[in-house]
Design a protein around this ligand. Sequence first.
Ligand SMILES: [Zn+2]
Ligand SMILES: [Zn+2]
Ligand SMILES: [Zn+2]
Ligand SMILES: [Zn+2]
Ligand SMILES: [Zn+2]
Ligand SMILES: [Zn+2]
Length: 217
Amino acid sequence: MDEAISNILKKLDPEEQYKPCGHEEDPSKKKRKVEGGGSAKKSGAGSVPTPNAATGTRRKRNLTRKQVHDLLEKYGVCDVDLVCPCLKEGIRKGHIQLSPHDGLDTVVVTDTCLMCENEIIATVHNVLYQGDIGLDYESGVPDSKVRCSNCDNSCGYYVVDMCTGYPKIDTGKSYSHCTFCSAFGCCVGDFRLAHCSTCNRHYFAEGGAVCSNCYPA
Ligand SMILES: [Zn+2]
Ligand SMILES: [Zn+2]
Ligand SMILES: [Zn+2]
Ligand SMILES: [Zn+2]
Ligand SMILES: [Zn+2]
Ligand SMILES: [Zn+2]
């Protein structure tokens, strides 16, 4: 491994400790994971986190936010603050391990097109600037770099749940990655959900509603 990169990974930063927000334990998330291995998919290939091809080892400790930013800069990303927080959280937790050989071409997920079941491979570079919410799903995600080569005039896709280690492609309709959660945040699956800073849960905030957990009806 490149020495500069291994130095970044070695650095300890005890001040940066994150309390897990616990949303990965949501039963609804678990259900979605199981659904990912459904009959339309090829042997659930989309659910396999990318192993570290270069070293064959898996990192045990989570990285800090600074380490993730340093890593991305080492791989040539200029404005790390604009990089997709879902991707950054996936890297931080070790679900996505940038291989020194492939760099930004490291594969994030191999999944099937939602229209034709053609294989779609998404790299780190493809999802780098996909943001944290898929609101442009109605217009076909025009700026997406994740597209099917088989479908004519195909819609662009988002890659969701990189932060949980179960990445998959999505039209963007269920892409909402909450950045108010721990570290770089976590996917909540619905853009109408807001983060409550009091109870640390998500609630439907449409029409200016208040947290249903803190203020039961
Ligand atoms: Zn397709
Ligand atoms: Zn680029
Ligand atoms: Zn969370
Ligand atoms: Zn949140
Ligand atoms: Zn996410
Ligand atoms: Zn609340």
